[in-house]
Structures are given as structure tokens and as C-alpha cells.
Design a protein around this ligand. Structure first.
Ligand SMILES: Nc1ncnc2c1ncn2[C@@H]1O[C@H](COP(=O)(O)OP(=O)(O)OP(=O)(O)O)[C@@H](O)[C@H]1O
Ligand SMILES: [Zn+2]
Length: 721
């Protein structure tokens, strides 16, 4: 039979049947061009029995237009797409699109035109041209990407091409990557590391699904330990996927990887240039990309011969995707391992409660690395009760913490201050009229950034110059910054310790791999005395001279009280504390808090992880919260408030009555306005026995909404805004 069923990349359409023309060979997984009316859409040939659709009589079938030049998506990847769509209540098409994530890779020709500066000058210089030429120094990319880098229009750049200032370069899109060599460098593992890596390497050899929780204290050398099973997979000619939560962390990882394997791994993240994306995608699909290091989207790449998956810093909440298909990469990674029949390693010093629970119940094998590598000791931890040791008026650091930094300065050691707030101050208000600066698109205050002298929204990216006079009442010099951000803490350190060299480390300052590398080099060369940073500096970094960590406000994460507030605070503080004393010198951690008696803080101070986790586990069990019960959120949004509210109410009228399943709402979401959309929310809490996804799918199917209304389902939500 020359009829095939296709999953087309259009969420509004169901599966479609086509005829396979003479001479075209397709099989399940083949990526094909499907005619649709006058257009052509991309589709994936699927097993018809797994994709129920309406039977179309043979004479009505249209011919497939062609086969795209990439290998068919493998059966394990097709099963992963099905599972993800089913579990996260998403359309198959939207998940499948994540697996075809490089438009370029699906096309034929293997060269591409990029442009770079020639060193020539234009006949006439304009400010825009000047700006572009400055920004494009050392860059090579296509016109659209260069325009993005330079912040000018494509027309400006085309003008520069015509003038010979930019020249075209033909790039071979499929140049091979350098080979990683499993035996490049020999690493002497500690006995503890060796025992762990042996178990993992053995699992790689067996080539079966096996989930592991590599639970190692900060500085125990988890990376070195999982490099051995990586080497094992390479020896077997298999590919490896390593997921990292943050691009800023890859720099450090790349460096260590190169030292161990003599070549760079293949990178995958959202800001890759399209040529690099295409190259990586094709190399992954033909098996020549040996080790891929990526953000969560790498999870859906079409590996030819996967042998191992590692999720590093597996507890990180940034593995949860918060728009489009709202999946948790940690959980999907385990499912991919299941379908591919390969081991999966979740590595963390502060595992998610869910992961520990899976280990407890025997589903995951837990491997411990209880001590730091090379005899380094875990740091000593103490709290500073801010109600007793008050910082001076208008300041945020207690004297004891400042004294600690000063001691480090005298000894030539380094300090790290952690505050999870970018910018200078989280709120700006007018002393004269009380006006508070709010984002026009979001229910959020604008954050002052003194470096750039702007007020910015951290949710939608809205920005405005910081006003000189109040925009409401017109009074000059009346604006007050309320509360601290990292920039303000850096100012305070500079004021109280004028000799200290202070650096603010956030996603604003470490926004490219190059900048991250410079930062690491500067710290290693001891050109920085005090780092003031957000969650970005809490993990991954290894600075031997860093001996003091100060947590500026440990209570911050506990406010707002969402389900995981305690756990998240514990993880953040434990991770940042873990940056102290990783070399031969002992580390000290000072935690500023107004609630030293709060269970999380007390557990941190006592270094008693087990006490924290068992108290938290009991609380979750009682509340029916994950992993004991299940949560889901449904967010209804529209640019029109009334439309969103009505849609939510209409859906509310159809709420299902299901035993052991409580549906709360609709209520305005805590972020009632986000990126210009008004939002209403339902929260669903169910026992594990309830098939939550079916309940939600059935419910949502009963109500149609106007085109302006969006309905988003969030299974196992992490964000409760
Ligand atoms: N067997 C080893 N031989 C040489 N150096 C090692 C070895 N194991 C670990 N190290 C070094 O010890 C330091 C700490 O290791 P690593 O950063 O992997 O710890 P980690 O467990 O990932 O910690 P964290 O969770 O805090 O990021 C690194 O500089 C690493 O290179
Ligand atoms: Zn905003």
C-alpha cells in the first residue's frame, strides 16, 4: 500500500493521509513535504495505528511532494514526542516541531553565505554605519544575525555590502567537528569517585535504561565522575547528551571537557547562529556529533546512536520550560533514556525532592559522593540575625559580614555576596506624590538599572530611561530607590571598603560565553576581590581563593510562599555556600536573615540536609503536593481583560466533578497582566490515582474560545505566577 499517515507541523490540523508517488521511498519517521491546499507543509510519516485519523478514500489522496534530506526520526524519538504531548497536554505538532528545530538542516545545499568586515571604509560614514562597523568587529554571520548583533536594520548592512565594507564568505555548513578522544587525558579519581564512575560506566556498557541520581556534595567532582561513563560511551561509538541549566555555565564545562577529551563538545542552545545550528543538528542526526552539551531544547535532537544522558545540576528550575510546551527537561530526559534504552544520570548536590523520592522508592539508583575532592572541607555556616545585628541606616550588610570581607581582602582572598535580584533597586517611587513605577505590560514594578541608567521590566523586557523628575507630578529629584539589588550592594561594598575590586555578576554582565570566560579568568587571576551575584553564580564555579560567601537576604525566596519556596531557598543557599573553601583554605558562610529560627534557615546553619528534606517531605505529603499528589495550572489569557475573564468563567462553568481532584479558580493570576495579556488561572490538585491529563483534556475540549484567547496547561508547574 502506498498510502502513509503524516503528522503535519500545524497544531490546528489532525493527522493527514497522503499517497507516496512512484520512486519515493518513505518509512515511519521520514520527514516529508506535504501539499496542503496551495501550500506545502512539513510532515513526519507516522505509524498509522498510533495516530488515529479519518480514512480518506484512496482516489482523494494527494501525492507527497518530496522527502527532506535528513535521516528519519527514530522510533524512540517518535515515542518521546508522543509521550511528551500526552503528558504535558500539548499537541503532537508542537512537540514534533521541537524535534525539527533547525529549519536550515532540513534543506539541501550544504553551503551558506555569511558576511564579515573587510577592513574597507564606506564612501560616506553615517552614525548607523559607524555603529555597525564597530559592533561587527570579529563577527561572521548572515545579514539578519549581523543586524541583530549590531542593532541596525538589514538595509544598513546591505548598503555596507554594496560598498565592499562587508564581504560574503561561503561556509560549508557540514564541516566535521574535532573528534573527542576517550583516552586523551588520564584522570586519577578518588576511591569514592571511582566506585561511582564504575557503576555508571557499567550501565553504559549494558546499554539498558537505568536512571541514576548522582548525589554529591558541592566540590565532590561530579563532573570528573560522569566523564568516565562519557568516555565509555565514546569508546562504544555512541553519542552522549549533557544538559546544563544555563549557558553561562558551559564555559567552565567546555574547558574541563577539552582537558579531558582533547576537543570541544558540540554546543546546542537557543542563541546559536543558524549555520551552527544546522551543522550541529545534522551532525547529531548522522551520528558524527559525539557529545552534545546543551540547554533543555537539546533533549529533542534526533540522535542517531545515543548511549548516555547526563543532566547536570538536575535540581535547577530552569530545566522547566515556561512557555510553548511546558515540559520539565529533567523528567523528559528520563523518559528519553527509557525509550532509547540508555542510562540517565541526574547529578546534583541538592537534588529535587521529587528525585530523592524516586531514589527512595527504588526507581532511581542513588550514588553518593559524600566528601569534597582533594580533602577540601565543607564550609562552616553561621547566621546573622538582622533584627539584632542591624546594618547601618540605608545599608544592607551587617558589620560582621563587612568585617569578614575586609579580613579576606587583607589576606588576598575572595568573597562572594549572593542576592537574587538584578539591577540597583526593585522599586522606584516618588517621594512627593507616591507614584510607583510600574511596567505598562505586566503586573510588576520596574527595576532600576544604574549601569545603564534605565528602568526595566524583568518579565517582558520593557525599558525606559530613568527619569530625572517624577513623570506623574513633575517634581525634580524626588525619586527614591527602594530595596537592594546587586548593583546597590556592589555600591555599598565600594563605599565601605574602598580598596575592594568589586564585580557584579548577573545575566546582564555575563550575557555571552566570551564575557563569562573573561569573568572566570579575572577571578582566577585574583583581579576581583568581591563578586556580587545572582543565582547565576550559585553553581558550577570553582574558585579556590574564594573563602567567604555572604547571603544578603536569605528570606527573600521564602516570601510569596509558593509550593517550592522552602526547597528552592535551601538549594540556592546550599549551592552558593558550596562555592566557599573549595581549595586548600577553609570556607565560611554567613547567612543574613530576619528569621534564623525558620526550619530552612536552621537546617542550613546546622548543615543538616536530611532534617530539611524529611521535614519538607512530610509537609508535602500532608498537603498532597508533589511528589505525593499532583498539581496542574490552566492559564487563560487575552489582551482584553473582559474577554479573558469571560473565557475563564465559561470554562469554570464546565469544571469536571472528579473524586480526589480539587479545582480552584478561576481567579486573576498573581501576575494578572503579563507581556500585555490579562491572565486568569485555575489550579488543580489531585491524588496520584487520578488521571489528571485526561481530566484536563476532556474539560478543555468542551469549550471553544474566541481567537484572542489562549489556554495554557502547565502540568507539574514550577512557577505559580
Ligand atoms: N579526580 C579528580 N582529579 C583532579 N581534579 C578533580 C578530580 N575530581 C574533581 N576535581 C576538581 O575538583 C573541583 C571540584 O569538582 P567539580 O566542580 O566537578 O565538583 P562538583 O561536584 O560539580 O561541585 P558543584 O556541585 O559544587 O559544582 C574541580 O576543579 C575539579 O576539576
Ligand atoms: Zn513588563
Amino acid at each position: 500500500m502506498n498510502r502513509v499517515r503524516c503528522l503535519v507541523l500545524n497544531a490546528a490540523l489532525g493527522p493527514l493521509d497522503y499517497k507516496v508517488p512512484e520512486g519515493l521511498y518513505v518509512e515511519p519517521g521520514s520527514v516529508v513535504e506535504c501539499p496542503l491546499g496551495p501550500r506545502t507543509v512539513i510532515g513526519i510519516v507516522w505509524e498509522a495505528e498510533r495516530l488515529p485519523g479519518t480514512e480518506v478514500p484512496a482516489e482523494k489522496l494527494r501525492n507527497l511532494r518530496g522527502l527532506l534530506p535528513i535521516p528519519p526520526l527514530s522510533a524512540p524519538l517518535r515515542r518521546l514526542i508522543e509521550w511528551t504531548a500526552d503528558y504535558y497536554v500539548a499537541s503532537l505538532a508542537s512537540v514534533a516541531r521541537m524535534a525539527l528545530s533547525s529549519g536550515g538542516a532540513l534543506k539541501g545545499p550544504a553551503t551558506m553565505t555569511e558576511y564579515r568586515l573587510t577592513g574597507g571604509m564606506p564612501e560616506r560614514m553615517t552614525p548607523q554605519r559607524e555603529r555597525a562597523m564597530e559592533a561587527l568587529e570579529g563577527e561572521q554571520a548572515n545579514i539578519r544575525e549581523l543586524a541583530g548583533i549590531a542593532g541596525v536594520s538589514e538595509a544598513v548592512l546591505r548598503g555596507l555590502v554594496n560598498q565592499g565594507v562587508l564581504e560574503p564568505v561561503e561556509v560549508d555548513c557540514d564541516r566535521p567537528y574535532d573528534a573527542a578522544r576517550p583516552d586523551f587525558a588520564h584522570v586519577e579519581l578518588s576511591a569514592e569517585q571511582r566506585a561511582a564512575s564504575d557503576i555508571l560506566a557499567e550501565a553504559v556498557r549494558k546499554a539498558e535504561f537505568a536512571p541514576f541520581l548522582l548525589d554529591g556534595v558541592t566540590g565532590s567532582g561530579k563532573t570528573e565522575t560522569y566523564f568516565e561513563p562519557v568516555a565509555e560511551a565514546l569508546d562504544m561509538g555512541r553519542q552522549v547528551l549533557v544538559l546544563l541549566p544555563e549557558i553561562a555555565l558551559t564555559e567552565n564545562f567546555l574547558h574541563r571537557f577539552e582537558e579531558r577529551f582533547g576537543a570541544s563538545p558540540v554546543l546546542w542552545h537557543s542563541s546559536l547562529k543558524s549555520t551552527e545550528r544546522r551543522r550541529a543538528y545534522r551532525a547529531v542526526s548522522n551520528g558524527s556529533a559525539q557529545v552534545v552539551v546543551g540547554a533543555r531544547s537539546a533533549l529533542f535532537l534526533p540522535f542517531a546512536q545515543l548511549g548516555l544522558i547526563v543532566v547536570d545540576e538536575a535540581h535547577e528550575t530552569s530545566f522547566k520550560q515556561e512557555d510553548g510546551v511546558r515540559y520539565n527537561a529533567r523528567d523528559v530526559a528520563v523518559m528519553r533514556g527509557h525509550f532509547e534504552k540508555v542510562p540517565v544520570v541526574l547529578a546534583s548536590a541538592t537534588p529535587a525532592l521529587e528525585s530523592l523520592q524516586m531514589a527512595e522508592s527504588g526507581v532511581y539508583t542513588k550514588i553518593d559522593l559524600p566528601s569534597r575532592f582533594g580533602g577540601a572541607q565543607l564550609p562552616s555556616i553561621d547566621t546573622i540575625d538582622l533584627t539584632e545585628e542591624m546594618p547601618p541606616q540605608g545599608m544592607w550588610l551587617a558589620q560582621r559580614l563587612v568585617d569578614g570581607i575586609e579580613e579576606r581582602l587583607e589576606r588576598g582572598e575572595q568573597s562572594l555576596l549572593f542576592l537574587n535580584r538584578r539591577g540597583y533597586a526593585p522599586l522606584t517611587l516618588c517621594r512627593n506624590c507616591g507614584f510607583r513605577y510600574q511596567c505598562p505590560n505586566c503586573s510588576a514594578w520596574l527595576v532600576e538599572h544604574r549601569f545603564t541608567n534605565r528602568l526595566a521590566c524583568h518579565h517582558c523586557g520593557h525599558e525606559a530611561p530613568a527619569p530625572q523628575a517624577c513623570t506623574e507630578c513633575g517634581e525634580p529629584d524626588c525619586l527614591v530607590a527602594c530595596g537592594p539589588g546587586v548593583e546597590r550592594i556592589a555600591d555599598e561594598v565600594a563605599e565601605r571598603l574602598p580598596d575592594a575590586r568589586v564585580f557584579v555578576a548577573t545575566s546582564d554582565t555575563l550575557n555571552s560565553p566570551g564575557r563569562a570566560a573573561e569573568f572566570i579568568a579575572a577571578v582566577e587571576a585574583c583581579e576581583i576581590d568581591v563578586i556580587v551575584g545572582t543565582q547565576l553564580v550559585t553553581k558550577g564555579f570553582h574558585f579556590p581563593e574564594l573563602t567567604l560567601v555572604g547571603v544578603v537576604d536569605a528570606d527573600l525566596g521564602l516570601e510569596g510562599g509558593d509550593l517550592r519556596a522552602g526547597e528552592r531557598t535551601y538549594q540556592q543557599v546550599a549551592q552558593v555556600a558550596g562555592r566557599a573553601g573549595r581549595g586548600s583554605k577553609p570556607g565560611e558562610v554567613l547567612i543574613q536573615t530576619r528569621h534564623p529560627e525558620a526550619p530552612v534557615i536552621a537546617a542550613l546553619a546546622a548543615g543538616d540536609r536530611d532534617a530539611f528534606y524529611s521535614a519538607e517531605t512530610e509537609m508535602r505529603r500532608e498537603a498532597g503536593a508533589p511528589p505525593f499528589g499532583r498539581w496542574a495550572a490552566i492559564i487563560i489569557s487575552s489582551e482584553d481583560d473582559a474577554e479573558a475573564r469571560e473565557a475563564a468563567n465559561r470554562l469554570g462553568a464546565f469544571r469536571p466533578q472528579v473524586a480526589e481532584c480539587v479545582i480552584l479558580g478561576p481567579a486573576p493570576a498573581p501576575m494578572a497582566l503579563l507581556r500585555g495579556r490579562y491572565r486568569y488561572r485555575f489550579l488543580i490538585n489531585a491524588r496520584r490515582s487520578v488521571h489528571l491529563q485526561d481530566v484536563i483534556r476532556h474539560w478543555l475540549r468542551q469549550v471553544d474560545h474566541p481567537p484572542g484567547v489562549r489556554v495554557a496547561v502547565d502540568i507539574d508547574p514550577y512557577s505559580f505566577v
